[in-house]
Design a binder for this molecule. Sequence first.
Ligand SMILES: [Zn+2]
Ligand SMILES: [Zn+2]
Length: 274
Amino acid sequence: MKDRWRIRVWGVRGSGPVAEDNYLYYGGNTSCISVEWGTRMLILDAGSGLSKLGEELKRQKKVQRLDIFFSHLHLDHVLGLFDFAPFYKPEFTIHLYGEAKEGVSFEKLLKRLIGPPYWPVGFADFRAKIVLHEIGDRQCIRLSDEEDVLVRTFRARHPGGSLLYRLEGKEKCLSYMLDYEALDTPEEALLFCARKADLIIWDAGYISEDLQKGWGHSTWEQGLDFLKASQAKEIWMTHYHRRYTDEFLHQQEALAQASCAFCRFAREGMEMIL
Ligand SMILES: [Zn+2]
Ligand SMILES: [Zn+2]
């Protein structure tokens, strides 16, 4: 089992969380995905779904090193940092990876965000060991321990820019593609991010009728085109707009599955073992 990845969904919304009856099936938290193997866990984005994951991590004793990669620092991707329980536990070592923006370092951006005057506590109050890594486009980061995992980065079209991630392990690959505004024809430069991946996690922020150019998001139809062009095996849609209720997403999922059997709409708690 130590070679296997356990991929779990903790948040599926874009822009901001929702908490209403007709959002309980897919979930109302913002973006967060975990990938666990052996005693390690890699986390993709720290949306509000991260808080629940933090509570689980606090109760267990197995995983003590966390590697959190940010696609970018828009608020829906960092909301879960404000009450992330492992920050206050000395047994944890937490590596955080993200980009500098507009000439301001990743470290400065994060420390500005988490701490006064925006929040009562900050990095100086954390008891876990924190290691910050400034990363950029076209990098390959090796996370070595019980098993080598490579993380490749790809700059994507999104207001202010974002990073997409390709995770490569022993005979398995996960592609994380949000937030990202796809073109009508899949771009060669980004197809490699998903080439022959076992799973693509895709920005299906809007349906095509609602999508506006320049907003930095994509549709499930574009995701299915990308799945085909990249020869990946399966795709999970996520980052749904807050207006899209369970009923609406059920309809969209049925439409998508009518044209592709290898497509699912992510919901909180969903998982895959690779
Ligand atoms: Zn977002
Ligand atoms: Zn964004």
